[in-house]
Design a protein around this ligand. Structure first.
Ligand code: PEP
Ligand code: MG
Length: 893
């Protein structure tokens, strides 16, 4: 017989490593249960059950009985039955996927309450008001999330009840008011759904479980997953947990806590506490919380216990944890923990602190940070010395310096940002419906809510600047404006600046300055110096860890001495791609034009002769900047028409000259040449090695310039290490011809100068045919450098210059890929060609040197791939070098 699949796990059965099956929340509840921490008993329905439901539209057949068995066990443990009229057990039904998706999916509390059991709860708690409050919360949450009733209907009814009583706070409504409200809520459910609010507790539970499953495919959840690159097929687990109550009076409450500051990494007491309130009140930022430290005064016993649990958790998880807890009449309960989200700066600081505490080693520390975080830390920040007009200060929720036009709703944020405007999304508080506006905005500003409010948590996750809880601001979203403390009004479209590292809000545009991390890489700030901040120290140490671990070398794509020197300061171990076309622009363009237009061999040779010393000087400077390190110089690649004037502009010039009867012989010749060189598909046309083969003398001039520059550097006691690279090769024959000519030129220069130049000659692999015949090509190449930009273009048949602006958005929205293949290497397609070419190339020539110089060389995920397929180095733009070093280190541990 088939072995039965187990769909339900008691909290005592799971552990933290079962996140795939139990989701993050379920796995960690189990872990805490097994650590002996006070977790209310419960059980978890697996993601497997969810997957069956999502695929078939029905829960697996065995699920019902398994849930019954676990519910019975839970009832026995608690000594009461779900919804039992005189002594009810109540449960929460909470979603919990493998990766945390804050606020994206559904949760229902107080399941088990009904017209009958509400009386039992009142007796149990000795508090009638509390019982009716819990019941109205159930109908409200259940109505909204399970039955799909518009939540505003309940909110409006609640507001009306408060107005009728002339009170502002929920807690001022008494049992009788709440009883009436329950009647009203039930009417809303009936009129909106055509059915009564279900009185059968088990039916409530089953419907809530199904609603959680369904919420996996809710629009918000899908959008969030796409943004965070979370796969769509994981499904969510469902946690059924016996209820504990934070709303049983002043000796009860609920809160969230971090074992360290998630913004800076500093150890201490961080969190928010809300007295006499139930779970969601804190995260939703509905009422204002007090700092966690206040709990010591409110309830010292629970506070001390919480501090001890936090220490236990940190030592156990060896990382920053965040926690949700509830105190029920002086008794502390842990409702959730997980390894907490943190800012980029905190990630670096915490990783090094944990190494110092002996909790983790260097390899583990590298796993705790990412290249994306490092890239974030290299963003500029506001200039401290700028003249600014600060108008408010909120909570520094997610760091960064953001400037943009004020917008007050998500729709406008998206619309304006699509038309190229930078916007700051301002809300009283955010909720999951604001997600696409948050993605579109440069930064997010709210007037309510703490460090754990929705805005703060989501912004931190996205690495987006956020200031929250700026209470001095009166945000009026209906009229699209906010009032600042002195009474002035900021209208939609006004420029503002927000600093997510300090919480400060400024009117107008504040200028920005480079980040200290960049100052460090530039060598203008030194770790160990008095003014070096802790972040710089942490980054410095993490880079050292990465450099010790990594196997991949990191080179730069750089075309001039200035970029080369910066790259070197940033840790580049050579130049992997010098694009010589960049040396053919500016005032040399005229020479290039003459070369292209030459009618006779003599004319062409004259143009080349004039270009030669200029090219040579470029290389001398580059070799000097990179003395002792390899410099790969690629011969001319782009189609020649790129060096000629634009065809339309030129036609106009000719027409004008004709009309005015001015001489225009040159323009006419140019126009003819432009027409002659015009191609429908220039990227597939006369470019790369093809140019070298049909424009006599072009490549040999470049080779001569390289050889002479190397000879000159050697004569000056330098150590030039040039490598000559041929672009867009599709067959070994092309390479052989160019190689033969190049060898001859090099021999001539060696003979003339008496220097042994040792110039390596290799090729780019950037066409599918080159990758497929890499074994043959390696016969004529001493190195390969994968040009993954062109390789992606040609493997997919995507024009690299057009697609991102045309149909990629649609492709991303449809989930055809989660990220552009021009950004992260397409492992299955392009990647498998790279892998095959590596193997074939090395089979022919075991000491073949292998690198990559497409944009992917600086992309974190791609760097890991290049490590795995065994390349020797990646090459990327100078500013990405630290990221590539770090990721190469991470790939190796
Ligand atoms: C490439 O194609 O990946 C490459 C590095 O060359 P270019 O981007 O200059 O075409
Ligand atoms: Mg290319």
């Amino acid at each position: 017989a088939e072995k039965a699949v187990k769909y339900v796990y008691d909290f005592t059965e799971g552990n933290k490593d079962l996140k795939d099956l139990l989701g993050g929340k379920g796995a960690n509840l189990a872990e805490m249960t097994n650590l002996g921490l006070p977790v209310p008993p419960g059980f978890t329905i697996t993601t497997e059950a969810c997957k069956v439901y999502l695929e078939s539209g029905e829960e697996p057949a065995a699920l019902r009985d398994e849930v019954s068995a676990h519910l019975e066990a839970l009832e026995q443990k608690m000594g009461k039955k779900l919804g039992q009229p005189d002594n009810p057990l109540l449960v929460s039904v909470r979603s919990g996927a493998k990766f945390s998706m804050p606020g994206m999916m559904d949760t229902v509390l107080n399941i088990g309450l009904s017209d009958k059991s509400v009386q039992g709860l009142a007796k149990q708690a000795g508090d009638e008001r509390f019982a009716w409050d819990s019941y109205r919360r159930l109908i409200q949450m259940f109505g909204k999330t399970v039955l799909g009733v518009d939540g505003d209907l309940f909110e409006d009814a609640l507001d009306k009840a408060k107005q009728a009583k002339k009170v502002t706070d929920d807690t001022e409504l008494d049992a009788a008011d709440l009883k009436k409200l329950v009647t009203k809520f039930k009417k809303i459910v009936k009129s909106e759904t055509g059915r009564d609010f279900p009185q059968d507790p088990r039916e409530q539970m089953d419907l809530a479980i199904r609603a959680v499953f369904d919420s996996w495919n809710g629009e918000r959840a899908r959008l969030y997953r796409r943004q965070e690159r979370i796969p769509h097929d994981l499904g969510t687990a469902v946690n059924i947990c016996s209820m504990v109550f934070g709303n049983l009076g002043p000796d009860s409450g609920t809160g969230v806590a971090f074992t360290r500051d998630p913004a800076s990494g500093q150890q201490g007491v961080y969190g928010d506490y809300l007295q006499n309130a139930q779970g969601e009140d804190v995260v939703a930022g509905i009422r204002n919380t007090v700092p966690l430290a206040e709990l010591e005064r409110i309830d010292k016993k629970s506070y001390d216990q919480l501090m001890q649990i936090m220490e236990t958790l940190e030592n156990h998880y060896k990382d920053l944890c965040d926690i949700e807890f509830t105190i029920e009449r002086g008794r502390l309960w842990m409702l959730q923990t997980r390894v907490g989200k943190r800012t980029a700066a905190a990630a670096f600081r915490i990783a090094t602190q944990l190494v110092d505490q002996g909790l983790i080693d260097e390899a583990e520390a590298l796993k705790r940070v990412t290249g994306d975080q490092l890239a974030q830390l290299m963003f500029p920040r506001f200039d401290e010395h700028a003249k600014v007009e600060q108008v408010a200060r909120g909570i520094a929720a997610s760091p960064g310096a953001a400037v943009g036009k004020a917008v007050f709703d998500s729709y406008t944020a998206v619309k304006w940002s699509r038309s190229g405007e930078k916007v700051i999304l301002i809300r009283r508080e955010t909720n999951p419906d604001d997600l696409d506006g948050m993605i579109a905005a440069e930064g997010i500003l709210t007037s309510r809510g703490g460090k754990t409010s929705h805005a703060a948590v989501v912004a931190r996750g996205m690495g987006k600047t956020c200031v929250c809880g700026a209470e001095e601001l009166k945000v009026d979203t209906k009229r699209r404006r906010m009032t600042i403390p002195d009474g002035r009004v900021v209208e939609e479209g006004d420029l503002i600046s927000i600093d997510g590292s300090t919480g400060k809000v400024y009117l107008g545009e504040v200028p920005v300055v480079p980040s200290p991390v960049v100052e460090y890489f530039e060598g203008r700030m030194h770790p160990g110096a008095d003014d070096a901040d802790e972040l710089v120290e942490a980054v410095h140490r993490m880079m050292a860890f990465a450099d010790r671990k990594r196997r991949l070398r990191v080179r730069a794509n750089a075309d001039n001495a200035e970029d080369a020197l910066r790259a070197r300061r940033f840790g580049a171990q050579g130049i992997g791609l010098c694009r010589t076309e960049h040396m053919f622009l500016g005032d040399r363009r005229e020479l290039v034009e003459r070369l292209i237009l030459a009618d006779t061999e003599a004319e062409r040779e004259e143009a080349l002769k004039q270009l030669l010393p200029l090219q040579k000087q470029d290389f001398v400077e580059l070799f000097e900047a990179m003395d002792g390190l390899p410099v790969t110089i690629r011969l001319l690649d782009p189609p020649l028409h790129e060096f000629l004037p634009d065809i339309t502009e030129l036609s106009v010039r000719v027409a004008l000259a004709e009309a005015r009867q001015e001489p225009h012989e040159n323009e006419l010749r140019l126009l003819q040449a432009v027409h002659r060189l015009h191609e429908q598909n220039p990227m597939l046309g006369l470019r790369g090695v093809r140019l070298g083969l049909v424009v006599p003398g072009l490549f040999t001039m470049q080779v001569r310039a390289i050889a002479e520059a190397a000879a000159e550097r050697r004569a000056a006691k330098g150590d030039p290490r040039a490598e000559i690279m041929i672009p867009l090769v599709g067959t070994v024959q092309e390479l052989e011809i160019v190689r033969e000519e190049a060898d001859q030129v090099i021999a001539e220069v060696e003979a003339a100068t008496g220097e042994q130049l040792k110039l390596a000659i290799g090729t780019m692999i950037e066409l599918p045919r080159a990758a497929l015949t890499a074994g043959q090509i390696a016969e004529a190449a001493e190195f390969f450098s994968f040009g993954t930009n062109d390789l992606t273009q040609t493997v997919w048949g995507f024009s690299r210059d057009d697609v991102e602006a045309s149909f990629f958005t649609a492709y991303l929205e449809k989930g055809i890929f989660g990220v552009s293949p021009f950004e992260t290497i397409d492992k299955d397609g392009v990647g498998s060609l790279v892998k095959a070419a590596v193997q074939a190339g090395r089979a022919t020539r075991p000491d073949l040197k292998l690198g990559v110089c497409g944009e992917h060389g600086g992309d974190p995920e791609s760097v890991h791939f290049f490590h795995e397929v065994g390349l020797d180095y990646v090459s990327c733009s100078p500013f990405r070098i630290p990221v590539a070093r770090l990721e190469a280190g991470r790939a190796a541990v």
